[in-house]
Design a protein around this ligand. Sequence first.
Ligand SMILES: Cc1cc2nc3c(=O)[nH]c(=O)nc-3n(C[C@H](O)[C@H](O)[C@H](O)COP(=O)(O)OP(=O)(O)OC[C@H]3O[C@@H](n4cnc5c(N)ncnc54)[C@H](O)[C@@H]3O)c2cc1C
Length: 381
Amino acid sequence: MMKPSPPAPSTAPLRLAILGAGWAGMAAAVRAVELGHHVTVFEAARTLGGRARGVALALPDGREVMVDNGQHILIGAYSDSLRLMRTVGVDPDTALLRRPLALQYPDGSGLALPDWPAPLDAAAGILAARGWAWRERLALLRAALGWQRAGFQCDEQLSVADLCAALPQRLRDEFIEPLCVSALNTPIAQSSAQVFLRVLHDALFSQRGGSNLLLPRVDLSALFPQSAARWISARGARVVAGQRVDALHWEAPHWHIDGQPFDRVLVATSASNAVQIAVQSAQAAAPSIANQLHAWAHGAAQLRHQAITTVYAQAAAPARACARPCWRCAPVWMRRPSSCSTATPSRLPRSPRACSPSSSATARASAPRCRPPSPRRPRGT
Ligand SMILES: Cc1cc2nc3c(=O)[nH]c(=O)nc-3n(C[C@H](O)[C@H](O)[C@H](O)COP(=O)(O)OP(=O)(O)OC[C@H]3O[C@@H](n4cnc5c(N)ncnc54)[C@H](O)[C@@H]3O)c2cc1C
């Protein structure tokens, strides 16, 4: 990600093509326009935002509602994303609901951080965590201090399960695992400890409010990509939606897309799409370029992926509202006060303060209310 700094073109303006109008592509486009380059964004889909986009869903009764492509939560530590939103005219204070981090269960046990400077908030939250034995709180505090002393660095081969093996089982089940799955979308045995430590550092140990949960009040396309597209278009850039780029054609000294010449091309698609583009582009390229493209594609093709399942369910009947907003329901709850739903029950296996599943689609359309939180599952199940 390019660093925030005052626009200062270091080269003559370039003709830049960006493939993909997900958040990465649109972030790059905004920065390139700030730097004075001539930008064209090509997006295969008709909607901007990629994986983090709004999706129009038809309800069984025929009504159409906007939902998100899965539950997305930002955290306060996403300072570059927040800066980009401000740049393109989105006010994060109104577009996002900011809640202090609370990983609590319906009986009130678990972690809730006070609104204090970091890392005092984390230390106080751990010491005050309800339902945890002193032995467990001190073990987590000791581990956190150890990670801080090591500069949040560890052996790159370690998994989160390895990193936390010495922590009491309860902490691993009720704190580390839900946090890891929600942050990295990967079970602790397969998640990189180094990446997890980076998340902990940014969220809990770097800045006040870094661990706050930021819950979108508007759909994900409106939250950034559409505003970014308007902002760059007003400055002479082009956003071409509904145009997949299958291959780039090299005719020295330019890359060509649909006959248009570009000085540089930035591929901001998923790795698998980028591999396809590289392989296709290599076919007609000179051997020196083709070899580089094949080498890159070979490396990128080794990346393994894990699907995230999003379930949209519709509640049959209104039920009692949550006494307090739960973070999982909040994206919908805050859009329509007194309505509540969960969109991705698969993401956090033991959701603190979770309401019974209904859907963002349903909640936005007919404002069903949350059922009371289901009883805590017995440990070990
Ligand atoms: C269900 C779900 C929940 C998630 N929850 C969170 C969360 O809570 N917090 C969080 O931070 N992250 C979350 N993520 C991850 C986040 O969505 C992604 O990391 C992020 O959206 C990736 O953005 P990107 O721009 O790199 O790629 P993408 O969003 O994949 O964008 C790539 C774009 O390139 C386009 N494209 C592909 N091939 C071509 C081509 N040949 N020509 C032109 N265009 C092309 C695609 O259509 C797409 O629009 C979640 C992801 C999912 C799926």
